[in-house]
Design a protein around this ligand. Structure first.
Ligand code: G3P
Length: 249
């Protein structure tokens, strides 16, 4: 078995103002005590990226963006490039979150281009996959996730540069989670797909679980074989709950 350092990542989505800084500063302050055991990433809204990057300097918490454009620069009003994220002090970027797949009609092909942009800019790309409730009920969960993986991951992906996050859409923000057996089945499937495509390196990628991870269920979810950490939404906004999840890892 390959040793994979756990990673706990907080996706703040469209939450957070300058007044949220103390929450982040508390996370940064608590991190040295657990640094050897777990990597920590926080993805605030882009407006806070620079100030958070400044706040974490030296402490080791990686900050990142929630999305990026495939191109490095150009006439793309409202978009942010991976290079800009790096320039702002970011070290990572989430691509293909289900909220972008659905609200912005992002395709696997576009997500792959964004993941490539992350690699180009030396950012860790956190590539999200996950089935909808209907797809799971229809017995399609593995097929859908397999398709998303095949389409969204660049061929150049490596365990150091790409993290996979499995987020069942129906578990996001709902308080619902899959059973431990369902999580185990999906993560084993993702692991096998990675090994099939990337050989031995596939065993070293980190695969996170996301969807209603809270301090109360983190121990159980993070103990599942082939779950290498969590991508946390709501519970990542508060230092206390986010750190509790990080300690569970
Ligand atoms: O990216 C994390 C997210 O989609 C999960 O959200 O609020 O269910 O933890 P939440």
């Amino acid at each position: 078995t390959v040793a994979r350092k756990p990673l706990v990542a907080g996706n703040w989505k469209m939450h957070g103002l300058a007044s949220s800084a103390p929450e982040f500063v508390q996370m940064v302050g608590a991190y040295p005590a657990i640094k050897d055991k777990v990597d920590l990433m926080v993805f605030p809204p882009a407006t806070l990226l620079t100030s958070f990057a400044t706040a974490t300097r030296g402490a080791g918490v990686i900050v990142g963006a929630q999305d990026c454009h495939p191109e490095a620069s150009g006439a793309f009003t409202g978009d942010i490039s991976a290079e800009m994220v790096r320039d702002a002090g970011g070290g990572a970027v989430i691509v293909g979150h289900s909220e972008r797949r659905s609200d912005h009609r992002e395709t696997d092909q576009l997500i792959r281009a964004k993941a490539k942009a992350a690699l180009r800019a030396s950012l860790v790309g956190v590539v999200c996959v996950g089935e909808t409730e209907d797809e799971r009920k229809g017995g399609q969960a593995l097929a859908v996730v397999g398709r998303q993986l095949a389409g969204s991951l660049p061929d150049e992906s490596s365990p150091e540069t790409i993290v996979v996050a499995y987020e069942p859409v129906w578990a996001i923000g709902t308080g619902l989670t899959p059973t431990v057996d369902e999580v185990a089945e999906m993560h084993r499937f993702i692991r096998d797909e990675l090994a099939r495509r990337f050989g031995d390196a596939g065993r070293a990628f980190r695969v996170l679980y996301g969807g209603s991870v809270k301090p109360g269920n983190a121990v159980e979810l993070l103990a599942v074989e082939d779950v290498d950490g969590a991508l946390v939404g709501g519970a990542s906004l508060k230092a206390d709950s986010f750190l509790a999840i990080a300690r569970a890892a």
